[in-house]
Design a protein around this ligand. Structure first.
Ligand code: PEP
Ligand code: MN
Length: 338
């Protein structure tokens, strides 16, 4: 349920409304725009208290949000959310933000070289896995904290903020310390304890859609993060399982306009995992930008044959640079920068 305040609502009136929300056992979620105009009232059966709030001073109107996700919904927040990183980079605005780098961080030298290369081509965020969710327990599992330190070194050298995945509630504090964006991977999209934990973190979260997760389920997972206090959430389409076997997954670009309609959160597309084959990635990246994605997540490695994971879907730095040139033209044609 959401309470729309009168334009001239006083601080005393707003305080009284917030107090009442607490008294009734619900959580208030105020939207901090230029003016405070909407307060979300979140909790089971909150809508049953509609009449109480409608009668309060300073209230313009009280509206039920029909969806099973509330704070994530466009009903709650009309404008697109723009997330600002510590270095001032905005995600969800006019600029399409490209996050690129290796699937797994391997050596420091390679990471630094990759970071320099993707930066030169126009990437604005460096990606790199330290904790890797691997289907086989015998596959490389990530260099852990050592990799986080390399990412911090690469940030220092290049100025690029970094995104890296957290797999485990116990590692959230550690990853939060190093990362500018915390990634929750496809396999953890419904790890509700992890979602609650990153909801309490003070860094933006990129939440990936699961291999067999509906858009509505993804949005409810994002709600877990927001309702725990972290409003800086990005939704990431990374391909789903279908009957098709000629590609690794099927990138569901339907998700871009659908999520744009249903939610105000920034939308990121990961064509690297979505198709899983190097030569097809630029075409899908172009399509994602054309469909209106706010950002892309792309795997790049200077020696893919030696990569510790996802070599076959990693672009070489020069392929990445060429793709970026093409993307720029597409972005410009729909009034966006890249
Ligand atoms: C990754 O980004 O390297 C990754 C493991 O992604 P996903 O969770 O989408 O498989
Ligand atoms: Mn990968």
């Amino acid at each position: 349920m959401m309470i729309t305040l009168k334009k001239d609502a006083t601080k005393r009136q707003v305080d009284a409304i917030v107090k009442k929300i607490h008294e009734l056992g619900f959580a208030p979620h105020a939207q901090h725009g230029k003016e405070l105009t909407v307060i979300g009232v979140i909790g089971e059966n909150a809508v049953r208290t509609k009449d109480i709030f409608e009668a309060m001073d300073g209230v313009e109107v009280v509206t039920a949000i029909s969806k099973p996700y509330k704070l994530v919904s466009r009903e709650f927040h009309k404008e697109n959310t723009v997330i600002e990183l510590k270095n001032g980079l905005q995600i969800g605005g006019r600029q399409v933000v490209v996050m690129a780098g290796p699937c797994s961080v391997d050596t420091k030298e390679r990471l630094l070289a990759t970071a320099e290369a993707v930066k030169a081509a126009g990437a604005q965020v460096l990606r790199g896995g330290a904790f890797k969710p691997r289907t086989s327990p015998y596959a490389f599992q990530g260099h852990g904290e050592k990799a986080l330190k390399f990412l911090a070194d690469a940030r220092k050298q290049t100025g690029l903020p970094v995104i890296t995945e957290v797999m485990n509630v116990n590692d959230v504090k550690l990853v939060e310390e190093y990362a500018d964006i915390i990634q929750v991977g496809a396999r953890n999209v419904q790890n509700f304890d992890l979602l609650k934990a990153v909801g309490k973190a003070k860094k933006p979260v990129l939440l990936k859609r699961g291999l067999a997760t509906s858009i509505q389920e993804l949005l409810m997972s994002a709600e877990y993060i927001m309702t725990n206090g972290n409003y800086d959430v990005m939704l990431c389409e990374r391909g789903i399982r279908t009957f098709e076997t000629s590609t690794r997954f099927t990138l569901d670009l339907n998700a871009v306009p659908v999520m744009r309609h249903l939610s105000h959160l920034p939308i990121i597309v990961d064509p690297s995992h979505g198709v899983g084959i190097r030569e097809y990635i630029p075409a899908l990246a172009r399509a994602a930008v054309a469909a209106g994605a706010d950002g892309l997540l792309i795997e790049v490695h200077p020696k893919p044959e030696e990569a510790l994971s996802d070599g076959p879907q990693s672009l070489l730095p020069d392929q990445f640079a060429r793709m970026m040139l093409e993307l720029r033209g597409i972005a410009a044609s729909i009034g966006r920068a890249l």
